[in-house]
Design a binder for this molecule. Structure first.
Ligand SMILES: [Zn+2]
Length: 167
């Protein structure tokens, strides 16, 4: 399991570099770093630290900090931003995460599943995003149940949510 120092229910979140505490509604940048074993670690930055940062990340996205009730509510907008940040990923770990996120976001009406097409590569799921009119096509990566569970727990851990309880 991944260890993060961002606990469920924690209300304070700070910039990794300068330690500034995020204020409600403040733009902040989140990035995931992948280590050699494929484990992802989440890092959050304020805008000015992000602008100075030039490290390469697995993926990154921008959100505004919402100090909402983390126990009650998944920040679906942030999950959508994470999903969009993986747009160019066509295979591997990132692609698998993208697939899991698409299914979850479709259940939450953040994405609409338009159709399922059979292509020579396999089953393709076509999603539209009502918020930005973007269409994405995702080839079903045919994950095992164990892998789906692993990926769901990984998202839970990175986003301090309990997707696994909601899917
Ligand atoms: Zn900072």
């Amino acid at each position: 399991m991944l260890e993060t120092n961002y606990q469920l229910g924690q209300s304070k979140k700070t910039c990794l570099l300068c330690g500034t505490e995020f204020q409600e509604g403040e733009p902040c940048f989140s990035a995931l770093q992948e280590d050699e074993s494929g484990d992802l670690t989440r890092k959050d930055f304020c805008s000015s630290c992000w602008a100075e940062n030039d490290a390469e990340f697995f993926s990154h996205w921008q959100t505004s900090f919402q100090n909402a009730h983390p126990r009650k509510k998944v920040d679906e907008n942030e999950l959508l931003a994470f999903y969009n940040s993986l747009e160019t990923k066509k295979n591997g770990h990132a692609y698998e995460l993208r697939y899991i996120l698409a299914l979850y976001l479709a259940r939450k009406k953040k994405l609409q599943l338009i159709e399922i097409k059979n292509s020579e590569k396999g089953e393709e799921l076509v999603f539209d995003c009502p918020e930005n009119d973007k269409r994405t096509v995702i080839l079903d990566p045919e994950l095992s149940n164990e892998r789906i569970e692993e990926l769901t727990e990984e998202i839970d851990s990175l986003f301090s949510v309990k997707l696994s309880k909601q899917v």
